[in-house]
Ligand binder design. Structure first.
Ligand code: FES
Length: 608
């Protein structure tokens, strides 16, 4: 009988037992983990990347030696299809290697450290009411708190909960105070102190319920931003809000309903009550921030596109209509500019840009892409209109990153291969898939560096003046259309990647740096996590730096929101980042047009 070996997959938390000669790719499949394997284990796609955390694996194969730099090898990076365990092992599966994961980016970086939140629990024991002591409950509580924190306001609405608890808990209650001395609520016996971190993206909401005592994320969840039915991007939503106060209120209302639904589901999963949530941090781009907070948005849609409010805010949860503890405050970090919001400050914070010693660039890719450059001399940022192509929008066969979306495309041994999210039949192509497709079409010569289709290439069809490449043929039996990449799709990708690259180049020029002086290049955001880095480099979306300088950070904005929830000092750091940040408006830079035009080419030459 063959020896059975235990394989643990982290951070997914799955364990499986396999025979001794089973590859990790097979073990992952047995565990129900969809590792991206475009070449189905032949060792040619290099996408089934994993990292050894503990235990022993077979020696590196020649293929792996050619794929990973010596540093990556020493860090334990391997290809799942080339790897066989020779002892019980624990492995890390990075998000970009997972094809079946739900695609609302929720991982971000974990918080490591001791929580020091903006709220604290104060146990108060008071004298019972009696015929000799007829003080009101509110007065009685104020008097008891006087020695701990003078002049605490006890809002009368909170007495609904506190008065009965005083009597059922022997005149002893756990009150929760925030750093300003405001009473945010009261906890029942043995109840945990909980906080909410929320990232409001234009497309997605990502919410985290956090135990403020242990620092652990108790539950996390994502949902599509329901405002999407009023407009795909921030500009169309601002235009909708500008039509009337009622329409602006409707945008706020659908968002509030979705957030409250998320809170309810998070609480159910974590076995807590919404009124245990005593603190919240909400981040988002400036338009989402303003719509959430009920601030004016008209000026965000008109030149020169300034925010209504840049400074950080504390807003009462009940005024925002959120189902938290009635006295909870919601912290909103500062906005940098009309198109660089508190979500980017949050991402910068999570990636340690305030005190970074190395020259670091952070690119947070979305419909709007925000970029920060941290050098030893200062910190600057800009915003580029990268558009929705990387979310699968405005692409002929495009779709969002959901089940059935082609997420990886690879040409090998004369054949086109692809993988889909959920590994089912292809229904369309999402951002990472179209990026791969364009990079591979360029590599094999179907298109040139201008994106022009080359005559006589297999799979290329021409209808009138329009060329397209057929990636997946139609399936008339199942009434499924062909999946094609058109000239217009290639153009959309060129426009998107040129916007990002031009932003990178302008920030570098402003700081008088060359690209190769960037020591850490962090790519954040959902698309930024799942994109295949070699494809992005091949078409020149990022400067040609060694791959080991790149880091894919996941939802850094959500991670930063959790940091600010768990450690009050991080709010001060976010405000310090805002104070030091130099915002560069790209459109008024004299080199911008020229740099943008040069960035349209599908290659990766240095841009002058
Ligand atoms: Fe491992 Fe392709 S599946 S290299």
């Amino acid at each position: 009988m063959k020896e059975s070996i235990r394989v643990d997959f982290e951070p997914i938390g799955r364990r499986v037992r396999v025979d001794a000669d089973t590859s990790i790719l097979t073990a992952a499949r047995k565990a129900g983990i969809g590792i991206t394997a475009v070449c189905n284990g032949q060792g040619t796609c290099h996408q089934c990347v994993i990292r050894l955390v503990s235990g022993k694996l077979n020696p590196l194969t020649d293929i792996e030696k050619s794929v990973f730099s010596p540093q990556k090898q020493s860090e334990g990076w391997r290809l799942a299809c080339q790897t066989i365990p020779i002892s019980d092992v624990s492995l890390e599966v990075p998000p970009q290697s997972i094809s079946t994961q739900q695609r609302l980016q929720l991982e971000g970086q974990q918080f490591e450290g001791d929580p020091a939140p903006a709220v604290r629990v104060v146990r108060v024991s008071i004298e019972p009411a009696s015929p000799m002591d007829l003080r009101a409950d509110q007065t009685r509580l104020k008097d008891a708190l006087e020695t701990i924190r003078p002049a605490v306001d006890i809002p009368i609405r909170q007495l609904d909960k506190i008065s009965p608890l005083l009597r059922t808990q022997g005149w002893q209650v756990d009150l929760v105070l925030n750093e300003n001395g405001t009473l945010t609520g009261c906890l029942g016996a043995d109840k945990r102190l909980v906080g909410l971190a929320l990232d409001i993206g234009t497309t997605k909401l990502a919410a985290y319920l956090v135990d403020l005592e242990s620092g652990k994320t108790m539950a996390k969840m994502g949902e599509v931003n329901p405002q999407i039915s009023y407009g795909e991007d921030v500009i169309s939503r601002i235009a909708y809000a500008n039509q009337s106060d009622t329409k602006k209120a409707a945008l706020q209302k659908v968002l509030r309903i979705a957030i409250n639904r998320l809170i309810k589901r998070l609480c159910k999963n974590a076995h807590v009550q919404p009124d245990q949530i005593m603190d919240a941090v909400v981040v988002g781009n400036t338009a989402m921030h303003h719509l959430f907070a009920g601030l004016p948005v008209r000026q965000l849609g008109e030149a020169p596109y300034v925010p209504g409010v840049s400074d950080s805010l504390y807003l009462p949860a009940h005024e925002l209509g959120l189902d938290l503890s009635p006295g909870a405050l919601v912290y909103l970090p500062p906005n940098i500019a009309g198109f660089v919001g508190s979500d980017h400050i949050s991402a910068d914070l999570a990636c340690g840009l305030l005190d970074a010693g190395e020259t670091t660039m952070l690119v947070d890719i979305g419909t709007n892409t925000e970029i920060t450059l941290r050098t030893p001399l200062g910190i600057s940022c800009c915003s580029c209109a990268s558009g929705p192509a990387f979310e699968g929008a405005h692409i002929h066969s495009g779709m969002r990153a959901a089940a059935g979306a082609i997420e990886r495309v690879f040409f090998n041994s004369g054949q086109w291969n692809y993988t889909t999210i959920g590994q089912g039949p292809p229904a369309g192509i999402c951002g990472s898939g179209i990026l791969d497709a364009v990079a591979e079409m360029r590599r094999v010569g179907i298109i040139d560096e201008r994106g022009v289709f080359q005559p006589g290439q297999a799979g290329v069809e021409k209808q009138g003046h329009l060329s397209s490449f057929q990636l997946v043929p139609a399936d008339p039996v199942n009434n499924v259309d062909a999946i094609q990449v058109t000239r217009k799709d290639v153009n959309e990708i060129q426009l998107a990647k040129a916007a990002i690259r031009a932003g990178i180049e302008i920030l570098l020029k402003e700081s008088q740096l060359e690209a190769n002086q960037i020591q850490r290049f962090i790519v954040a955001g959902a698309f930024g996590t799942y994109l295949h880095l070699p494809s992005a480099l091949a078409i020149g979306m990022f400067p040609p730096l060694p791959e080991e300088r790149f880091f894919q950070a996941g939802n850094a904005a959500g991670a930063g929101a959790r940091y600010m929830l768990l450690v009050n000092e991080f709010r001060k750091q976010a405000e310090a980042l805002y104070g030091r940040m130099k915002y560069i408006e790209l459109t008024i830079q004299k080199d911008f047009q020229e740099t943008y035009m040069a960035s349209l080419l599908l290659d990766n030459q240095p841009i002058k």
